[in-house]
Structure formats: C-alpha cells, structure tokens
Design a protein around this ligand. Structure first.
Ligand SMILES: [Zn+2]
Length: 268
C-alpha cells in the first residue's frame, strides 16, 4: 500500500477513461502507472501536474481516442473506477479527466483564434497575441433536500437511469447567489417556496465538470407542482418510508442519510 506513494504516478486519459494496472490480487486496489508506461503510446498531449501537495507528484496526460492500452493495463471509466481505487485517488482521477478535457478544448484562443500556451504560475491557457487567460471550467450546481418535519421532498428526474428518487438539483446561473439558486430551482422544479437554508457540504462531481453544493431547505409554503420537462414525479417521503435513492458515491445520499440522522438520532 505504501508503494503507491514512492514515485510519480500518471493518470493517462483516453476519452474520459483513466488507465490503471490490471492483474492485482482480488480485492486489491487498482494502481496508476509510472511515467515509463507513457512510452507505450505513439503520441500524447500536453502533460499537467495535478498534485497532491507534499506527495510524489501526480501527472495527467491525454492520449488519442484510438490509443490502445499496453499489456497489463486497461482504461476504466470514472464511475467504474470509484470502487476500485483508494478513496483519495478518485477525486484526483476526476481532476485528471477534467484537466485533460480543458487542455484539449482550449488549444486556441476563444477571442482571436491564436494557438494558446500554458500560463506560468497558474492553471490557465494564455493567448500570446491578446493575453486572454482561459481557466478550467467549473459549473457550480446546488443540490437540496427540501424538508418538512419528518418528511423530505424527493423527485424522480427525467434523466434518471433507474427508478429512484433523489434531492432536487440545478446549475447556478451567472450573477446568482447559491441561496437564490436553491430557491429558484425548488420553485421551478416543484413549485414550492423554501425558507431557512442550511449549508451541508460540497462535492466535486466530474460529470462533466460540476461542483455540487449541498443544502437543507425548509419548506415554507406551496403544494408540489412539478415541471414535467425535468421531473417525472416528486413526493413527500417520511424518513421511515423512503424510496430507493442514490448510492454512497454522490452527495445526494449523504444529504438524505444526514436528514435521517437528524430526525432519528438514535437510529431506526
Ligand atoms: Zn487571443
């Protein structure tokens, strides 16, 4: 286990998937390769150091979409990577995928079209002609459990892949505070007004570049009227009678489980 910290590790990204070594013993965590594995590829894009501070470096680099993995390695999608890597490595892999995508989509200045170069001293692409700096894109999104006593308002979204219910969520608009975004999203999606807001915590969510900001929002007034373009169904659920909700990878499950603990502090 300590071995993984002894040398540089490389997160080699192909189409949003990350290269890991295969063939470890069953139950053993997947390992990221060292620099020499990169030589198995014919070509690669700009290399980026992505941290973490105080440890041997982690680097990321993109390879072309038709690149073939070397023997003993495979490219794994981020979601499938979550259960097979060290917990602290998954956010790094998410960072790697986002940095490679940003680097690939900012090779030219968005203002004047000149090829960009890496800026010194900060994570940005700089245009040598007009000076425009382009930083990695992050899209803040609010996610909130609306609550009313022992009940939570959960919804089944149109895009959900399985028959589960989850917290409401939506992107923050330019010029909007997080609090305004929570109130607007709740009003738009289910037609109710919320009063007191309490910040819960945040989670980077690299699908593709969100930062999820979790809140508890106290119901104030109104009955549920769903926006059918986004929501298939929304209901009040008693904390003792909850529907299937998302797994532990997402902040939604932490929010929902957190509210159960608030209402049932001694367990159910
Ligand atoms: Zn420019």
């Amino acid at each position: 286990m300590t071995e993984r910290w002894m040398s540089e590790r490389w997160m080699i990204v192909r189409n949003g998937d990350v290269l890991v070594a295969t063939g470890g013993a069953e139950g053993e965590l997947a390992m990221f390769p060292s620099r020499d594995v990169l030589d198995a590829f014919a070509e690669w894009e700009t290399e980026h150091e992505i941290g973490p501070a105080g440890e041997p470096s982690v680097w990321t680099v993109g390879v072309s979409s038709d690149a073939v993995e070397p023997d003993g390695f495979m490219f794994v999608p981020l979601r499938a990577l979550h259960p097979i890597v060290h917990a602290g490595d998954w956010p790094l892999a998410g960072r790697a995928v986002q940095i490679v995508e940003w680097s690939r989509t900012h090779r030219f200045c968005g203002r004047c079209g000149t090829p960009t170069e890496l800026a010194r001293g900060e994570r940005a692409m700089r245009c040598p002609a007009c000076g425009l700096l382009s930083f990695p894109r992050l899209s803040p999104a609010v996610i909130m459990v609306v609550h009313r006593g022992d009940e939570m308002l959960l919804a089944h979204g149109r895009a959900f892949p399985s028959p589960m219910y989850s917290a409401l969520a939506g992107f923050v608009e330019p010029g909007e505070s997080l609090e305004e975004a929570v109130r607007r999203e709740v009003r738009e999606e289910v037609g109710v007004e919320v009063g007191d807001l309490r910040y819960f915590g945040s989670q980077p969510w690299p699908f593709p570049n969100s930062l999820m900001l979790g809140f508890y929002a106290q119901w104030e007034s109104g009955e549920i009227v769903i926006d059918p373009s986004e929501i298939v169904d929304a209901k009040w659920f008693h904390v003792d009678e909850l529907p299937p909700f998302p797994g532990s990878m997402s902040i939604a499950s932490q929010l929902i489980n957190g509210y159960i603990r608030i209402r049932r502090p001694t367990g159910r």
